[in-house]
Design a protein. Structure first.
Length: 489
């Protein structure tokens, strides 16, 4: 067990229910934000303001309440920031081990790629550990009763007296988890369930259910992106239809509500480009997913400069936040990227906060990215959430899951990405063009420049099935769903 880390510390805005600052505030909803992308969904959107408009009081539990942007945004929404309990250890079964104990890793391409990366590309120690885990996976698949024993051990180890103490003092009426795979969120979910506090899952990303392995602590009810996520919850966790409410994605409201009438022309001009000319927007991925993507981008720039896409077409290249911060970053490619800037080519580096909350973006970055997408004639990425961002605005999407130089093993190659469950399902809807070679890529860009609406029906299907609706009111529906689940508790 982890040890109690002492008194709970509260910070942020004054209480909205009359309690003295620094004391327990008994919020209606406490939201756990352990990841920068969750901060974007909860704090960079109108979600907390919409909750307040419904009369709900809120608190955000985060590992870093010294983050000035979090504090500012929380204060603006009359939300108290609460320091998350720091665990002295997490479950030995959490993370690397858990998928092998509760999933068939060989049939899930995302999990299988992670296994092969360790068993084929890791150090001798990592290779041995990965092969041991696969052996245990085979044993557990042959004797499913073992899963119950492992689950008991995992939950017992992840239980945190500090998390129980925090929730007992804070006394929320409901706990919302945005990233249940995180050990701190696991401990808080288990603590809430121990204290009979209703729990809700409200996931920060569309791939969390199918690429992260089974969660240790499973919330009782869910707020989902759209029908696809609802179906996944029913299939993977047996969630009853009444316990999952599809609302859309709060931070995607920015693509409707924060894009200027000129569709981002001011951002394009700020980058030194011509707002009236055709624009390609390439959103990069972390090198761990696409090790040769910098080569692909260099090829694209060379094609652009020989006017392969027309004499006026421009390009903005935006690294993913994971490119520039965290354990997946590889800055060795950065000088090559910066060298590409010049006539008709601009680099837009995402603005990240100084924070212990990984990949926590400056709040203004979401509006900037939404306007760049709005200004784009064609968007390109290897298989990130940018696919969905662009489809919200009905921008043509070209996906690039290939290596410019063939020969990489599957587990290392970008070509594995389109087999991941969430992306395979997206591609089946027909709203995205997949380029599997440089020739394919050039042809796809020219086709979308010539006929932007050619896959509009597929993109409309994506908006219906992945997002429920893309109308700028997802935050309002999400807050209403919180209120409804709170009332049903």
């Amino acid at each position: 067990m982890v040890q109690d880390d002492g008194p709970v510390v509260f910070s942020g805005a004054p209480s909205v229910n009359g309690l003295a600052p620094g004391g327990p505030m008994c919020p209606d909803v406490a939201i756990v934000v352990s990841h920068g992308f969750a901060a974007r969904m909860v704090l960079h959107s109108d979600l907390l303001a919409e909750a307040r408009a419904l009369g709900l009081t809120t608190a955000v539990i985060s590992p870093d309440v010294t983050d000035t942007s979090l504090a500012r945004l929380a204060a603006h929404s009359d939300t108290r920031l609460v320091v998350a309990p720091s665990a002295t250890r997490t479950s030995m079964l959490h993370g690397e081990w858990r998928p092998y104990l509760f999933e068939d890793v060989r049939t899930n391409p995302a999990l299988w790629a992670k296994h092969l990366r360790a068993s084929e590309g890791g150090t001798p120690k990592l290779r041995a550990q990965a092969r041991l885990r696969l052996g245990v996976n085979r044993l557990v698949r042959a004797a499913p009763a073992l899963q119950g024993a492992f689950d008991f051990l995992d939950r017992s180890w992840a239980a945190s007296p500090a998390a129980v103490t925090l929730l007992r003092e804070l006394r929320p009426r409901m706990l919302v988890s945005t990233y249940p795979v995180n050990p701190m969120e696991t401990s808080l979910l288990l603590a809430a369930q121990t204290l009979a506090i209703p729990t809700v899952g409200h996931l920060l990303s569309w791939d969390n259910l199918t690429t992260k392995g089974r969660f240790t602590a499973i919330p009782e009810r869910w707020v989902a992106w759209g029908p696809v996520m609802v179906e996944e919850l029913q299939r993977l966790y047996g969630v009853a239809p009444a316990d999952a409410i599809a609302v859309g994605v709060p931070h995607f409201d920015a693509h409707i509500r924060q894009v200027t009438a000129g569709r981002g022309h001011h951002v394009v001009a700020d980058l030194g480009l011509d707002p009236g000319a055709p624009l390609l927007f390439f959103g990069m991925s972390a090198p761990i997913f696409c090790p040769q993507e910098i080569d692909l981008v260099e090829w694209l720039v060379s094609e652009l400069r020989r006017d392969a896409f027309g004499p006026a077409t421009q390009l903005v290249i935006r690294p993913h936040p994971q490119n520039v911060q965290g354990n997946m970053a590889d800055l060795s490619w950065l000088p090559r990227l910066q060298a590409l800037a010049g006539p008709r080519v601009a680099i837009d580096i995402p603005k990240l906060e100084t924070s212990s909350l990984l990949w926590n973006l400056d709040p203004a970055d979401l509006e900037r990215m939404a306007n760049l997408i709005g200004a784009s004639s064609v968007t390109l990425n290897s298989g990130s959430t940018l696919c969905i961002d662009a489809i919200v605005q009905d921008r043509p999407v070209v996906m690039t899951p290939f290596d410019p130089t063939p020969g990489l093993p599957w587990w290392k190659s970008a070509r594995r990405i389109e087999t991941y469950p969430h992306l395979a399902r997206l591609l089946a809807m027909g709203g995205v063009t997949v380029a599997r070679s440089l020739d394919d890529l050039g042809q796809a860009i020219r086709a979308d420049l010539a006929e932007p609406g050619r896959l509009s029906e597929g993109r409309a299907r994506v908006r219906r099935e992945e997002l429920f609706a893309a109308d700028g009111f997802a935050a309002r529906r999400a807050a209403a769903a919180w209120a409804s689940l709170l009332g049903a508790s």
